[in-house]
Design a protein around this ligand. Structure first.
Ligand SMILES: *Cc1c(COP(=O)(O)O)cnc(C)c1O
Length: 793
């Protein structure tokens, strides 16, 4: 990549697009011009890569979310010009870090969307022919700010300063038809730049637009109003990302979003197939593999059948077989109640032809089951339509060739519980693909200091594309000179984070303290509430002298709560009230600080994971499918304080139990409690210290601003039984409480022995190799998609 040319072109774009000279340009201007200059440099290899994808067998990743974050730094890194561009900026009196002002593309809620982004990065780097399809939301995940301790939301107008990393392709627009409207789907393509290769993958995001153009001949006010309404109604479909997976709100629009991007993508895929292979669809599945990221794109299955039977002359049964061979489904949820279902009448109202096809598929499936003489209960369990509801996971199971869980323990739970009947039917369809993260963004880019140390010790930067190399660093686990260097780097990253927090949130961590970090979507199952209660417990312990010599710790939280999720928002308020209580207490304030950082997103995560000493991964065993935040923190040298849940299990397996802080009930123990009349009140009432902590919620110690939400939180643990729940404390906070606090305090004591603790952190880095998304993607490519790397001339 020719860096000087890029810099020259940057100035050309500044002048031609923005009418500015270098010394007049602000961060947004520079970002625009630099991005455009790079886009023009990569145009050729991008085009060539996509032709190669089409020439052979290739795969698509369909996902309602792609949490890509900020592209510029990652792209500079992958093109191998980061240092050079940084240098050239300096020569011109500019600082490359000023581009941190540029907003993230937050087109996802959390882990599921970030996973999709990491996967595309890995596939591009490995030269694998994988492209993504999703939705170009006008507004991404809301922006969060904190007022009086409460979360407030504003719209994420992420394209306000343009979107230089997308190319709109009007010539590839297609129509998508609903019962009550037809809209135009217009694709925007984003390049996914492979690291150290010419290869560039594609992320195609669809935007909904109106099909009608305004007719001036018939101008009148009424006509004008109607046409504006129609335009808005079309654009509504890709207007907002749904921040909540679990409410009834806007269900119809959400269904429209799913069908919208699935139909547009499949029309696009079919068009490309015909251009390359003609009209013989018997070979469609030979060339195309489509991965469905959770159930959001599962409506693709009947849509492919519809497109093939309606427009391509394929017979129904054969179309279903083609779909089954083409699709594979990734499950991300354990809890049966979280599996997506659509009301039949809603489907009929929105996409009647699709419902008809689902019904036919369902009948076909039931016929097969009768022929196999399956009993009625079994058929009832696996059928796609029951009690007027369409079960999308069941449709996915029947309509694909593979299903995978996202961590070993998760896949076992799927086989044993969630999808057990399907496992009886088709054991060969089940695979595990433990999630991963890209080390380009989550180490090479966000932690250049640690990266430099690793590269120096290994004598090579091969780890950037082969993370298993890190294992070779184990020999330094007791080398005090290396541990000192590592510790100094960690210190530097902590200082950098502290400065950013001060600027961004007005509070910095305690100097020299342990950085104990919990960052993830706010949800009861992730148990930020338990973390908050443990801090209160330690606070009272320090005050009454039962906890001595507590090593100063800053507890950092970052999380967004879905706007309609009251308890989650209550937990944010609680964390902020605890922060205030402690800050106002001269006896404890130099020992504990609590900071809730606002607007947690990918760019904030990059800084937080680099600075963490402790990674809080404390979900109730059996609730977190995998987690990927745990992997990012491990890779940057934090120890895990966590439960035996999701990928934590494999983290322990890789790094060794002695290098993590594991507590709490196992999946089996929690299951036993579930079946054995669990009474959290008894734990609360039996331990005065726990009782004191819980009572702080309701005795006036903590102030919820008159909302009553702290009482509600208290009740959810002690008294009130939620509808359909057999016991309060659904996520077993009381059950795990003592073990959690004991383990947290043990960690706190261990931290005093610097080398012993640093050694544990180091062992985490050395053993993070398995958690590269390169490993995950290679496994998908070999065992699900059956695709090979493309080869350039
Ligand atoms: C990695 C990541 C997540 C997922 O975190 P978990 O701890 O696995 O839930 C969520 N949000 C952002 C911004 C991330 O980068």
């Amino acid at each position: 990549m020719n860096c000087s040319k890029i810099m020259d072109n940057m100035e050309v774009y500044l002048r031609s697009d923005l009418r500015k000279d270098l010394d007049e340009a602000n961060a947004q201007d520079l970002h625009h011009a630099l991005s455009k200059a790079i886009m023009s440099e990569i145009a050729e290899p991008w085009k060539e890569s996509l032709l190669l994808h089409q020439a052979g067998r290739h795969a698509y990743y369909m996902s309602a979310e792609f949490l890509i974050g900020r592209a510029i730094y990652n792209n500079l890194l992958c093109l191998g010009i980061y240092d050079e561009v940084e240098e050239k900026f300096k020569e011109r009196g500019l600082d490359l870090s000023m581009l941190e002002e540029v907003e993230d593309a937050s087109l996802g809620n959390g882990g599921l969307g970030r996973l999709a982004a990491c996967f595309l990065d890995s596939a591009a780097t490995l030269d694998l022919p994988l492209d993504g399809y999703g939705i170009r939301y006008r507004y991404g995940l809301f922006k969060q700010y904190i007022q009086d301790g409460f979360q407030k939301e504003t719209a994420d107008d992420w394209t306000r300063f343009g979107d230089p990393w997308s190319i709109r392709s009007d010539s590839d627009a297609v129509l998508v038809k609903f019962a009550d409207q037809t809209v135009r789907a217009v694709p925007y393509d984003i390049p996914i730049i492979g690291y150290g290769t010419k290869h560039i993958g594609n992320l195609r995001l669809w935007q909904a637009e109106s099909i009608s153009s305004f007719d001036f001949n018939e101008f009148n006010a009424q006509h004008y109003d109607a046409s504006v309404r129609e335009k808005n109604r079309a654009e509504d479909i890709s207007r907002v990302l749904y921040p909540n997976d679990s409410t009834d709100e806007g269900k119809k629009l959400r269904l429209k979003q799913q069908y919208f991007f699935c139909s547009a993508s499949l029309q696009d895929i079919i068009k490309k197939y015909k251009a390359n292979h003609g009209n013989d669809f018997t070979r469609f599945a030979e060339f195309n593999a489509i991965q469905l990221n959770d159930t959001h794109p599962v409506i693709s299955i009947p849509e492919l059948v519809r497109l093939l039977t309606t427009y391509e002359g394929v017979e129904f049964r054969q179309a279903v077989e083609i779909a089954q061979k083409t699709f594979a489904y990734t499950n991300h949820t354990i809890l049966p109640e979280a599996l997506e279902k659509w009301n039949k009448h809603l489907l009929i109202a929105v996409v009647p032809e699709i419902y008809e096809i689902i019904e036919k598929i369902n009948n076909m499936f039931i016929d097969e089951l009768y022929k196999q003489q399956r009993n009625p209960d079994f058929i009832q369990d696996v059928q796609i339509i029951k009690h007027d509801m369409v079960h999308m996971a069941n449709l996915a199971m029947y309509g694909s060739s593979y299903v995978n869980g996202v961590a070993a323990i998760h896949t076992e739970i799927l086989k044993k519980n969630t999808l057990h009947s399907f496992y009886e039917l088709w054991p060969e369809r089940f695979q595990n693909k433990t999630n991963g993260i890209t080390q380009r963004r989550w180490l090479a880019m966000n932690n250049r200091e640690l990266s430099a140390l690793i590269t120096r010790l290994l004598g090579s930067d091969a780890w950037v594309t082969d993370l298993t190399q890190l294992k070779k660093l184990e020999k330094y686990a007791h080398d005090e000179a290396v541990l000192d260097e590592f510790w100094n780097i960690k210190h530097q990253k902590k200082r950098q984070l502290g400065m950013f927090m001060l600027k961004h949130d007005g509070t910095a961590p305690i100097k020299g303290s342990i950085y104990d970090i919990q960052i993830k979507r706010l949800h009861e199952y992730k148990r930020q509430f338990l973390n908050a209660l443990s801090i209160l417990y330690i606070y009272y312990g320090i005050k009454d002298g039962s906890i001595q010599d507590f090593y100063p710790t800053t507890f950092i939280f970052g999380a967004k709560a879905a706007p309609g999720y009251d308890r989650a928002k209550g937990i944010i308020k609680l964390i902020n009230e605890i922060a205030r209580l402690i800050e106002n207490d001269g006896q404890v304030r130099d020992k504990i600080r609590v900071v809730f950082v606002s607007n947690y997103n990918v760019s904030y995560a990059e800084k937080l994971v680099a600075a963490a000493n402790v990674s809080e991964q404390i979900s109730t065993a059996g609730t977190e499918a995998s987690g990927t935040g745990n992997m990012k923190l491990m890779l940057n040298g934090a120890v895990t304080l966590g439960t035996m849940d999701g990928a934590n299990v494999e983290i322990v397996e890789e790094a060794g139990l002695e290098n993590e802080y594991i507590f709490g009930g196992t999946v089996e123990e929690i299951e036993r409690q579930e079946n054995n009349n669990y009474i959290p009140y008894n734990i609360y009432n039996g331990d005065p210290k726990i009782k004191r902590v819980m009572e702080a919620l309701v005795n006036g110690t903590l102030n919820d601003g008159g909302t009553g939400i702290f009482r509600e939180l208290y009740d959810s643990i002690i008294h009130k039984v939620d509808w359909g729940q057999s016991h309060p404390d659904k996520y077993f906070l009381m059950y795990d409480f003592q073990s959690y606090v004991d383990t947290k305090l043990r960690l706190n004591r261990d931290y005093r022995d610097k080398y012993a603790f640093a050694s544990k952190c180091w062992m985490n880095i050395c053993n993070a190799g398995k958690f590269s998304s390169d490993r995950t993607i290679q496994d998908y490519a070999a065992n699900i998609w059956h695709i090979d790397p493309v080869e350039f001339e």
